[in-house]
Design a protein around this ligand. Structure first.
Ligand code: SF4
Length: 446
């Protein structure tokens, strides 16, 4: 696709991360402030069986790593034995507390994602306990998708074999890049050869669904590097590739090195070019796009964790920094491990913020999440909310049409190829004005 000046000027930046998935919660405020509203309502929701038989997703956040990547701004700790034991004790209480509620007991859990952080830093016994405990206490469906995330340098063959035996059927690795000089800049612990060898071990252990994260617009990365990364993934037959642009956050080692002029930084045009190159390379290698979050899947494969997390489903989020929604209540757990441990100790919900979702917010939330999957079903929307998307969002839809980011027919509204480039910005358009102003002040330029 030809990149025009007009196309690049629609927004100042491409939204990075999935902030809109938290709507109506604001992503960076109140992470630790205890701004919890409507708690009585949450307790009422939990005290009754779930009124529908829709699937539920479970996300468990393990806030530990054994080393820190230079670009990473996620709150995490080095996995020291005592603090890991304290954390698992608290997590057990949190799981158990939810598992005893009529609401969670009546859920149909169809996907469980153990993420972080780096779950594979847990010992073999700890990982085994965690999976056993989840299956014992939570109503997980027989054919559920169970993912465990890890790093290629510490997800040993023994751990891979054990998690498979315990019911995991999917593993996810943060590869970021197969290019060794770039891996060094990112402070990744192993090289390309070792990373590939770990991916082969996962296959040898018996995993038929292997997911990797790749990043683009990395310092020194070229379009040819992108193509090579996709080709390596395709040659390994990996089922799922998630592809993210680099976001340089203040406070990271990478940010300091860039500020000191030691490392060059890409720009928006390069980021878009790399995104398009990745899409081309993915298609060439036989992958199909599942979402605007650049999840590319081999034909016939689907990532249920993403479908459920970003779709109109419940998510029971556990552990620090977990973002969840049950019934019409949305919450975010505190990100500080100390605060998390203290709140569990006090038998409180370990939330930093939470609130009931109003009807207006529910409609906005539905709409922005629907576009995560490239298109939204107008008929389904109308059935659910008794109003058409055009009636509910006249200004937003007219803006997106003018910019050539969406196209509409009788059945659906879908992103155009330009809309795919700006997919997360399109989703954010449907959040409330106040929320958008906080997230992207004056971002819209047209
Ligand atoms: S392993 Fe993941 S969570 Fe840990 S520092 Fe690296 S990117 Fe961040």
């Amino acid at each position: 696709m030809e990149i025009t000046e007009q196309m690049l000027n629609i927004y100042e930046t491409r939204n990075r991360g999935v902030f809109y998935s938290l709507y109506p919660l604001w992503p960076s405020e109140n992470r630790d402030a205890g701004d919890i509203k409507d708690l009585d309502h949450f307790q009422t929701v939990l005290a009754r069986p779930k009124p529908s038989d829709d699937y539920t997703h479970v996300y468990i956040h393990i806030p530990f790593c054994d080393s820190f990547c230079s670009f990473c701004a996620i709150p995490k700790r080095i996995a020291k034995p005592d603090i890991v034991v304290d954390f698992l004790g608290a997590l057990k209480k949190e799981i158990n507390r939810f598992a005893q509620t009529p609401y969670v007991r009546s859920c149909r859990i169809r996907s469980l994602y153990v993420g972080g952080g780096t779950p594979s830093v847990l010992s073999l016994d700890q990982l085994e306990w965690l999976l056993d405990y989840c299956f014992e206490t939570l109503p997980i469906e027989k054919d559920a998708e169970i993912t465990v995330e890890g790093s290629t340098h510490n997800f040993s063959e023994e751990k891979l074999a054990m998690v498979l035996e315990k019911g995991a059927n999917r593993v996810s690795f943060g590869i970021q890049s197969f290019n060794d000089p770039i891996r060094k800049i990112l402070d990744l612990q192993d090289d390309k050869g070792q990373a590939i060898s770990a991916l082969k071990s996962a296959r040898k252990a018996g995993f038929e669904d292997i997911d990797i994260d790749l990043m683009y617009n990395l310092p020194g990365q070229t379009l040819a590097d992108i193509e090579t990364d996709f080709q390596i993934a395709a040659d390994l037959g990996l089922e799922n590739i998630s592809f993210y642009p680099l976001h340089v956050d203040k406070g990271t080692r990478l940010y300091s090195r860039i500020q000191a002029g030691k490392i060059p930084l890409g720009n928006l045009e390069l980021e878009v070019r790399m995104y398009l190159k990745a899409a081309e390379a993915a298609k060439k290698a036989g992958y199909e796009q599942q979402s605007i979050l650049s999840k590319w899947m081999l034909p016939g494969k689907v990532c249920l964790a993403e479908k459920h997390r970003m779709g109109p489903y419940d998510c029971l989020a556990l552990g620090p920094s977990g973002n969840g929604n049950l019934g019409n209540y949305v919450y975010r757990n505190v990100s500080s491990l100390q605060d998390y441990l203290a709140l569990i100790q006090q038998s409180s919900y370990p939330m930093g913020c939470g609130q009931k979702i109003s009807t207006e917010e529910e409609i906005r939330r539905y709409m922005c999440r629907a576009f995560s999957f490239l298109k939204m079903d107008k008929i389904e929307f109308e059935k659910q909310f008794s109003i058409s998307p055009e009636q509910a969002f006249p200004e937003e839809i007219s803006f997106l049409l003018r910019q050539g980011l969406i196209e509409i027919n009788d059945q659906e509204i879908r992103l155009t190829p330009a809309g795919e480039i700006w997919g997360q910005n399109v989703c954010v358009e449907f959040c409330s004005k106040q929320w958008k102003e906080k997230l992207i002040p004056q971002e819209r330029t047209v």
